[in-house]
Design a protein around this ligand. Structure first.
Ligand code: 5MM
Length: 335
């Protein structure tokens, strides 16, 4: 078993998942302002520090993905954030892309940037304590998109990033996110997502990436958020499994889904059913941002930043997701 494979398994085994707390400052500002909190470095740190110091979090969370600002911050008790995370037995991860920019010659689409100087940045993050990394390619569905150009160029970037991350002894999370926005059907989402994931693995293979030392972070197969042809959770699970069975090589140890704008309960229920019907060798778990933090952020803002209440809500969500990753969740447990 390679070192990278061991790290990947440590992050996602036994129902554990990943907390995606890697919102860039722009996104975090939107999240904080939505609950009437001013987005300052201190407030961003305070909320995240509250989550990361929740007692017993390591029963549910195997890895936390940070943003560059956070990995360089020190808690109000004088501990560095990576030290706080590793002292509770959780592995520190870091988002290393620098964001999705307009793709030349396909102006409605995005290409994720961040390859220039990446090798040097990776070394710095390893020194700070990171042992896994994340890069997100983003694809929107419309009549003609995602185009071949965006599928090929984002897959190429994901592969070059992954090879560099592994060279620096860190596990790459490969995140090709086909967005929920739009009125497309679930079947269109299935065919586009399959095409995107297959191209990613073609490029990862070409770039000699060790597939046993990555984690795939895909979207689930859903109808577009403006579609009137919504499908039931059972179908979401079956279509998601069909997609992954046909597009992900067997060497990949695990798949950690993004929530992508689903509600907390939807993201939990769908993951539970995916695990109930899982007929693959892949570990199927979560790498949620909004579906782990939304209620906690609301309570934090409404209770004048009450640490205990915020941690209780957050740990409840993390526990529910862990139960879903073991196919042991039910709606009754929510109360
Ligand atoms: C946490 O949000 C990440 C994106 O942040 P920026 O857009 O600010 O760079 C995102 O990549 C996230 O990790 C995944 O999309 C999963 O988050 P959700 O909320 O979709 O589960």
């Amino acid at each position: 078993m390679s070192e990278l494979n061991k790290i990947a398994l440590k992050i996602i085994s036994n129902g554990k998942g990943i907390l995606a707390a890697d919102e860039s400052n722009g996104t975090m500002t939107k999240r904080l302002e939505a609950v009437n909190v001013t987005s300052t470095p201190e407030n961003r740190l305070l909320f995240r520090e509250t989550l990361f110091s929740s007692e017993g979090l390591n029963k549910y969370i195997g890895g936390v993905i940070l943003y560059d600002e956070t990995i360089n911050q020190t808690t109000n008790f004088g501990k560095s954030i990576p030290d706080l995370i590793s002292s509770s037995g959780i592995i520190t991860g870091i988002k290393v892309d620098t964001g999705a920019k307009t793709l030349a010659n396909s102006s409605e689409e995005k290409i994720t940037e961040g390859l220039d100087g990446l090798r040097e940045r990776l070394d710095k993050y390893y020194e700070l304590g990171a042992r896994f990394t994340k890069w997100r390619g983003v694809y929107a569905i419309s009549d003609k998109n995602p185009s071949k150009l965006s599928i090929n160029s984002n897959a190429h970037a994901l592969a070059r990033y992954s090879a560099l991350a592994q060279e620096s002894k860190m596990v790459p999370i490969v995140e090709p996110e086909v967005l929920m926005d739009g009125n497309h059907s679930a079947d269109i989402c299935l065919s586009k997502t399959s095409e995107v994931i297959k191209k990613c693995f073609e490029e990862l293979t070409l770039h000699k990436v060790d597939l046993s030392g990555i984690i795939l972070k895909p979207n689930m197969i859903l109808a577009g958020s403006q579609s009137r042809r919504k499908i039931l959770s059972e179908e979401v699970a079956q279509k998601t499994l069909d997609c992954l069975k046909n597009s992900v090589p067997n060497e990949v140890p695990g798949i950690a889904f993004l929530s992508g704008g689903q509600t907390e309960i939807e993201a939990t229920e769908n993951l539970n059913l995916i695990n109930k019907y899982n007929n693959t060798n892949f570990i199927m778990t979560f790498s949620y941002g909004r579906a782990l933090q939304q209620s906690a952020l609301k309570v934090w803002s409404e209770t004048n930043k009450d640490i205990q209440k915020t941690q209780n809500i957050f740990k409840h969500r993390a526990r529910m997701c862990t139960l879903a990753a073991k196919a042991k969740w039910s709606i009754e447990l929510e109360n």
